[in-house]
Every structure is written in structure tokens, then in C-alpha cells.
Design a binder for this molecule. Structure first.
Ligand code: SAM
Ligand code: SF4
Length: 453
């Protein structure tokens, strides 16, 4: 009999990938995914610890799951195993067990390949299970081979962990040291994905451009070399990678943006701040001028490259003039898209100890709204610059409206158009009629329909 598995995923794309892998691991044990937690036989919260708000959600959602389990038990519909995975599990495993004693399992991002063993232990009544070690053996070696994302556009984790230790960030503590998968494993997984119908692969890593996996002939391969190898695969139409650190944008990788035609002209390259003093306090290890030079070089190789970034406002001690440096950097670079956050002190990180320099919440909020107004303005201008132009769009799914399809442009914009659903999976040429704040609206170019195989 099939059992129902509910997974709630918070945070970054790596968690999205991990949740899909957990479903793959549990599938041979009879679990099939449901989006209805109240009927679930097992519920997993795959959590995010990056900011306080994200972290807090764990406990409120756990409370809801506890009530659903109670209702299920009371109506004689069986039990529900409740598990907490991801970075909150890694960082606060013991605390979760204490605060929410009804939780059956807590396991970190490096342990989920042990799910079958953990389930067996739980069913033997072994009590609460806590797995937050960084095991010596690589998790990836223990994942099922058929572990593939069947989406048209899918993620493939190539690197995990981070050795950069930015002063504000918990990732090096929750995900551990940098680890890169061997190229042969990645190529094999990519081939399986392509066979299953994937047209676009996004290579994932906390620090993806620091990738240094075992390559051919005993040599270490760089991300650029991996990209060149993947670009040879038949049937792969688009390639992306995220998230990158500016320090790792080598010449070789910048040139790949000129030379590899399936490498999409869009790059997420977080800078966090524009002031050199703040960048140093953040331990980012580059200046604003160095970041600008990297962008210039990239645009030299690929003039239409669209950029996205991450920004933190109100890092401890950030003066108004230093915040203004961030605004100036944004004006200079011009982003197509961006993510911005108020600084959130994370326990155990060096910046959290700078208590006397914390910026008041209302100052952070005010700076964030000025910064987001500028970024929104740039995003709208970027989208409007496509009006009347043709873009290639990977048609991914049906929209909410009758006859509507949604796809993505090479520059990561969502594109809405009218088209019959059988065209899903094709790359079509779309004439953009309107550029909006968060998307483009267009129509199929008539001649592109036949050639859009
Ligand atoms: N590895 C990437 C990098 O180097 O930028 C991204 C890591 S993190 C998952 C995504 C973003 O969250 C960061 O780029 C940063 O902007 C933000 N972030 C991390 N820690 C934060 C904190 N303590 N407060 C606010 N934002 C934070
Ligand atoms: Fe966090 Fe910095 Fe590593 Fe990115 S590079 S994951 S921000 S420590």
C-alpha cells in the first residue's frame, strides 16, 4: 500500500534539490508525494537557517503538523512521522528535540541518504533520532541512481558547503566544508535527466564557481571545464549555474560565457554591499572596484549578460554614507533582478558578536525600502527594454488563464503567452509585447512554431 509523504521546503534551491532526492529515496519504501499534510504518513520540514525569520517558521509549522497528527490519530486514520531536515535541523537539532518533543527525526543536509535506516529505527520504536554529523562518506555516493529531477528545467547539485566564512553567514556551519562531486557522476546524472526530458539544467552549489571535482585522467576539473563537457551532451538546450562568489570568477569561467552557446546570459553574482569597509567587515575579500571590474570583464565577453545579486542592508556599523555606496554600486552595475535582505544576526557567526554596532530595525527597514525601490526600477527598465524584441523561451507549463503558457527567457524572466499546451517543452521565439515589473508578456512568432522542436 502506498504511504503519503509530505515535504515542505524552505530556503534556497539546494533545499529544493535535496527535497526531491528525499522523495526519490523514500519512493522504493512505498512513499508517494502529497501536497496535503493532513493525510500524510510522513511529513518532512526541509528548513532554512539563513535568517531569523526563516528559522522561526520551523517551529510554527511544526505546531501545525502536531495538530494534524493528533486529528489523524483521533479519527483512527493512523499515525504521522514528523521529521525536521535541513539547516535548522543541523544548527538546532537538540533544541528542536527539546522544544518539540513530538518530532520523531531530526537530520541535517549531509545525512538524508540515511532516511531508510532512520525510518527502520523509528519503526523499531528506537525513540527520537538525531543525525547531524557530517559523515565521512559522501552523501552523493549513497543516493539512488534513479535520483533525477524530471522537470523540463531542473537542478543538479555539483558542489556543496562553503569555506568562505562571510562574517554574517551560517552556511559554513550548517552545510560544512566545500565538497565537489566528481565530473563523471555529474555527467551521468545530467544524461539521466536529459533522457527523462530535462532541457535546461541549473548547476547548484553554495559556492558553485569554487567547484573543483575529480575530472578526467586524475586531474581536478573547474566549473568552466565541467560546463564545456556538459555543453557537449545531446539534447541539453540550456545551462545555468548558481550561486557564485565574485572571488571565483576566473578568466576561464568568464570566457565560457562567450564560448558556450547553451550557457545562458544570466548570472547571479552576489556582492552584498558597496562600501569597501563593510565588504571587509563582512569578510567578502574583494572591494567594490574589483567587483565592478569582474562585471566589466564579463560584459566584455558577453555584452547582453543580465546580472542578479544579493544585498544585505544594515550590517553592524553600516553608516548612511556606506549604505549610499551600495546604492551607487547598484546604479553603476544595473541589475536585471536581485534579492535583498535586512541583516539578521545569526548565532555563532562573527558578525552576531558585534552587538554594540547593531543597526536599529527601523533604519534597516527604511534603507531596505530605498534599495528595493531602486532595484525594482532597474528590473522594470530591464523588462521594458525587451518590448518589440524577440526572445527565445523555454515553454515550461500552463498558466492560470485559459490557453496560457509560461516559460523563461534566457535572462530568467518569466514569459506569459497564449499557446496550445502541446508546445510545452519546446524552445519558441516570442515577440515581447509588454515588459512588466516581474515578467514579460508576448506572442509566439508565427515562423518559430514549426522550427521550435
Ligand atoms: N553563497 C552565496 C553567496 O556567497 O552570496 C549565497 C548564500 S546565502 C544562502 C543567500 C543570501 O542570503 C546571501 O547572499 C546573503 O545576501 C543572504 N544572507 C546570508 N546571511 C544573512 C544574514 N545573516 N542576514 C541577512 N541576509 C543574509
Ligand atoms: Fe555564506 Fe559567504 Fe559562503 Fe555565500 S560565500 S555561503 S554568503 S559564507
Amino acid at each position: 500500500m502506498t504511504k503519503k509523504l509530505y515535504i515542505s521546503t524552505y530556503g534556497c534551491q539546494m533545499n529544493v534539490y535535496d527535497s526531491a532526492r528525499m522523495a526519490d529515496i523514500l519512493s522504493p519504501l512505498g512513499y508517494s508525494l502529497t501536497d496535503q499534510p493532513k493525510n500524510a504518513d510522513m511529513a518532512i520540514l526541509n528548513t532554512c537557517h539563513i535568517r531569523e525569520k526563516a528559522s522561526e517558521k520551523t517551529f510554527s509549522e511544526l505546531g501545525r503538523l502536531r495538530n494534524m497528527r493528533k486529528a489523524k490519530q483521533e479519527s483512527d486514520k493512523g499515525d504521522m512521522i514528523i521529521a525536521v531536515a535541513g539547516c535548522v535541523a543541523q544548527a538546532e537539532g537538540k533544541e528542536i528535540m527539546k522544544r518539540a518533543s513530538y518530532v520523531d527525526m531530526v537530520f541535517g543536509p549531509q545525512s538524508y541518504h540515511k532516511l531508510p535506516e532512520m525510518l527502520a529505527e523509528a519503526s523499531r520504536g528506537a525513540g527520537h533520532i538525531l543525525e547531524t554529523d557530517f559523515p565521512v562518506e559522501a552523501k552523493f555516493d549513497h543516493l539512488p541512481n534513479e535520483a533525477i529531477d524530471k522537470n523540463l528545467s531542473a537542478f543538479l547539485t555539483v558542489q556543496e558547503g562553503c569555506d568562505k566564512f562571510c562574517a554574517f553567514c551560517v552556511v559554513p556551519y550548517t552545510r560544512g566544508a566545500e565538497f565537489s562531486r566528481p565530473t563523471t557522476d555529474i555527467i551521468a546524472e545530467a544524461k539521466r535527466m536529459i533522457t527523462a526530458g530535462t532541457k535546461e539544467i541549473t548547476l547548484l552549489g553554495q559556492n558553485v564557481n569554487a567547484y573543483h571535482g575529480d575530472g578526467k585522467n586524475g586531474k581536478t576539473a573547474t566549473l568552466a571545464q565541467l560546463i564545456y563537457e556538459l555543453a557537449e551532451l545531446d539534447g541539453l538546450q540550456r545551462l545555468r549555474y548558481t550561486t557564485s562568489h565574485p572571488l571565483e570568477m576566473t578568466d576561464e569561467l568568464c570566457q565560457a560565457h562567450r564560448d558556450v552557446d547553451i550557457l545562458m546570459p544570466y548570472l547571479h553574482l552576489p556582492v552584498q554591499a558597496g562600501s569597501d569597509r563593510i565588504l571587509e567587515a563582512m569578510n567578502r575579500r574583494h572591494t567594490g572596484a574589483e567587483y565592478r571590474r569582474i562585471i566589466e570583464k564579463l560584459r566584455g565577453y558577453r555584452p547582453d549578460l543580465a546580472l542578479s545579486g544579493d544585498f544585505i542592508v544594515g550590517f553592524p556599523g553600516e553608516a548612511e554614507s556606506e549604505f549610499e555606496d551600495t546604492m551607487q554600486l547598484i546604479r553603476d552595475v544595473k541589475y536585471a533582478q536581485a534579492y535583498s535582505f535586512k541583516y539578521s544576526p545569526r548565532p555563532g557567526t562573527p558578525a552576531a558578536a558585534l552587538e554594540s554596532q547593531m543597526i536599529p530595525e527601523e533604519v534597516k527597514s527604511e534603507r531596505l525600502s530605498r534599495l528595493q525601490a531602486l532595484l525594482n526600477e532597474q528590473q522594470l527598465a530591464f523588462n521594458q527594454s525587451f518590448e518589440g524584441k524577440a526572445v527565445s523561451v523555454l515553454l515550461e507549463r500552463e498558466g492560470k488563464r485559459e490557453g496560457q503558457l509560461i516559460g523563461r527567457s534566457p535572462y530568467m524572466q518569466s514569459v506569459y503567452l497564449q499557446s496550445p499546451p502541446h508546445r510545452i517543452g519546446r524552445v519558441a521565439t516570442v515577440i515581447v509585447e509588454e515588459g512588466n515589473a516581474n515578467s514579460l508578456r508576448g506572442k509566439l512568432k508565427p515562423s518559430s512554431v514549426a522550427d521550435a522542436a
